[in-house]
Design a protein around this ligand. Sequence first.
Ligand code: PBG
Length: 336
Amino acid sequence: MSTSLSRGPYPHTRMRRLRAQDFSRRLSREHLLTVDDLILPLFVIEGRGETQRVASMPGVERLSVDLLAAKARELVALGIPAVALFPVVDPAQKSEDARAAYDRDGLAQRAVRALKEAEPELGVITDVALDPFTSHGQDGLMDKNGYIVNDDTVEVLARQALSHAEAGADIVAPSDMMDGRIGAIRAALEQNGWVNTMIMSYAAKYASAYYGPFRDAVGSAGNLKGGSKASYQMDPANGDEALHECALDLAEGADMIMVKPGMPYLDVVSRVKRELQVPTFAYQVSGEYAMHCAAFDNGWLAREAVILESLLAFKRAGADGILTYFAEEAARLLQR
Ligand code: PBG
């Protein structure tokens, strides 16, 4: 009798008990991916009825402004809360001073209007950075030594952000990594009555080689002078610095912060969320998308399961939302 109460040759704790049935797996599940977590990046081009494939991003299409209304309706029907817009600017529009960035009738500004007119409830996020508009493809203005100057760039960024707000953008998202730009943009928005326009700061944006396909998509790869953005984007070796960046941007008035790239930087997402406890987003960037697609297309990875697993990992790390080129496909998978 005492033998039946003694500690036998079995494990004291059986972790597998909860895993044995679907109901208990569901009850004990810690994180959930839903359509509410998804933001779709959209590349927009000039022209009418025009779609263009992006070679290094299979399945991604650039759309002309007139096609955005139909796209917006599809996304709202899927339940996707927001899009992040990226204009693909004609080379003739690019200049040293990036003046096309704040043109009230520029491509990004027209795209915002088209989306908000078609579907006011779809959140529109705009990219605040000068790389689509500079002749050299850098995110800011360049001095004669090739250095990206900070404070003059910030002035242009504030004008750009204001022009996005005027066009109807709900969220402006500075992705340029200049110092002090959040404060300058917040001030410009406040002074002009855009008190409820949100700022999602790309606060911890790394100088990453994973952006390659994006630079193809927006056509800034070929003209990127200097090659590197390391004088303003973060060194991939640094983690503490990401917290410093995020704290500064929050103090300057950011409503939400972003970590980018995503999967290789989930440790950063996790630290930011735990230590700062603010709305935290992450960007599964173009290179992450491209490498997944390459494996899917070769039959090396199971497409649907891996897409959902990759996005769930962001939730587990603490992200409140994910910018992903898989947003539409994931939304459809989640409906099942
Ligand atoms: C540019 C910008 C980049 C991305 C978003 N905004 C590229 C860069 O910094 O060179 C990358 C997004 C992606 O790779 O999907 N301001």
